[in-house]
Design a protein around this ligand. Structure first.
Ligand code: AMP
Ligand code: ZN
Length: 455
């Protein structure tokens, strides 16, 4: 690669040249949604911003060398409250919300991440991590069934948010003050009453705190250290600060993620989006108003990801018109080669507004071939949007091996083993197809990477 990719690292507060730890497995973790309500367009911002980064990494390092994890937070007090209000169980709320989240994000043309781990599937990994933190004296249990991380034991606490402990203290919520050694200490585990979801643990029946979820899931899927960690700017403190503390201390590593990337906040017509101001806008509201997925993407990416974004309907209508104009000139082709000036803009900390400016230039200069290629990369072509789920390379190898094992079993007339393998794969979302001598496999809609890993 001639020009390296430069990314603004919130941790060092500078633009740095990106160099993956392993260019055969470039790893990115982004904090995903808490699934109690339909996604608003603010939630769609990190999804679309990191979708562009995912696409760029796949372009630079090849698709099969990039692993993108975006978790689903399905343990949360807001979820519990909603389930109680509706008189249904928690899974009803989370399953339905996850399905709608997928529908909305597919509509926006966001590629599905390689892994979408759910907190409920990782409780035992979280318990292990908390136990380790206690045994290393970074955390302490209290008599009432809480476990807290002791912030004073971690000298780098506050480095990401660039604040000292007394400044940080001003920003923390006052809760469980009596049980904590220090107001900044944060919850790793909390007790559950009988109405609340709970898991057995060494500290009694309870549930994990929010921050430990991401540390445990990132470790399990990406390892103790990986390349990029992303999310909205509101997550810097306390969420990401706490993730760093938990992960570096329990893994005994100097570093957790090498790069921290944060998208700015989205406002609507100049105002903070909120239910009380009656300007709360979901992705589904836009779909109902017949806006297209590509136009919503275009409007989102027309502002640089680190800038605050002011969502204006007027601009969305403009985006729709521009894309209709461009789509009329599209050249059908299967290959995506990014025009140099657009690649250069993206290599400079994902400069998407500059990329869009260059696309206008391509249109004006009648370079429709280049324009089509760029639009295809950005997901601006209405024809290119489909639900895509990608499978990470190690898992795909594993599936190949299982398919081979099944074929051998069939040759040896061990049909019960062959059927068992087929069933196992099917339960994990992989469909095996036999046609003549050839056996192929494909992923269905409900891919369960965790199950695949265990096969
Ligand atoms: P949540 O479901 O609230 O945990 O948020 C999921 C993601 O959406 C996080 O990365 C948040 O930082 C991000 N997010 C939430 N609201 C906004 C907003 N108004 N603008 C930009 N990002 C947001
Ligand atoms: Zn997180």
């Amino acid at each position: 690669m001639k020009t390296p990719l430069f990314l603004y690292n919130s941790y060092s507060r500078t633009k740095e040249a990106f160099k993956p730890l392993d260019k055969k497995n470039v790893r990115m973790y982004v904090c995903g949604p808490t699934v109690y309500d339909r996604a608003h367009i603010g939630n769609a911002r990190p999804v679309l911003v990191f979708d562009i980064l995912f696409r760029l990494l796949r372009y630079l390092y090849k698709e099969h060398n990039v692993t993108y994890v975006r978790n689903i937070t399905d343990i949360d007090d807001k979820i519990n409250a909603k389930a109680i209000k509706r008189g249904v169980n928690i899974e009803k709320v989370t399953e339905a919300t996850i399905e709608l989240f997928h529908k909305d994000m597919d509509f926006l043309g966001a590629l599905r991440p390689n892994h979408e781990p759910r907190a409920t599937e990782y409780v035992s990994e979280m318990i292990d991590m908390i136990s380790k933190l206690i045994s290393l004296s970074f955390a302490y249990p209290t008599e009432d069934g809480h476990v807290f991380f002791e912030v004073a034991t971690f000298s780098d606490y506050g480095r990401l948010s660039n604040k000292n402990l007394s400044e940080l203290k001003e920003g923390v919520r006052i809760e469980n003050e009596n049980a904590k050694k220090n107001p900044l200490d944060f919850v790793l585990w909390k007790p559950s009453n009988l109405e609340e979801p709970g898991w057995e643990s060494p500290w009694g029946r309870g549930r994990p705190g929010w921050h430990i979820e991401c540390s445990a899931m990132a470790k399990d899927i990406l390892g103790d250290q990986f390349d990029i960690h992303g999310g909205g700017i509101d997550l810097i403190f306390p969420h990401h600060e706490n993730e760093i503390a938990q992960s570096t201390c329990s893994n005994n590593m100097k570093k957790f993620a090498n790069f921290w990337l944060h998208n700015g906040f989205l406002k609507i017509e100049g105002e903070k989006m909120s239910k009380s101001l009656n300007n709360f806008l979901t992705v589904y509201d836009l779909i109902k108003r017949d806006f297209s997925g590509p136009a919503i993407r275009f409007n989102m990416l027309a502002t640089h990801y680190r800038q605050p974004l002011d969502w204006k309907f007027e601009r969305l209508v403009e985006a729709e018109k521009t894309l209709i104009k461009w789509n009329n000139k599209f050249e059908p082709k299967n290959q995506t080669v990014l025009p140099m000036q657009i690649l250069n803009a993206l290599l400079d900390d994902l400069n998407t507004p500059q990329s869009i400016y260059e696309m206008h230039q391509l249109f004006n200069n009648e370079k429709f071939d280049d324009l089509s290629n760029a639009c295809r990369f950005f997901g601006f072509s209405s024809k290119d949007i489909k639900d895509g789920i990608s499978i990470p390379p190690d898992i795909s190898e594993k599936i190949d091996k299982l398919v081979e094992k099944r074929n051998n079993a069939r040759l040896a007339k061990n049909f019960s083993l062959a059927d068992e393998i087929r069933e196992d794969l099917l339960r994990a979302g992989i469909i095996i197809k036999d046609s003549g001598q050839e056996t192929t496999w494909e992923s269905g809609q409900k891919l369960e990477i965790k199950k695949l890993k265990k096969l």
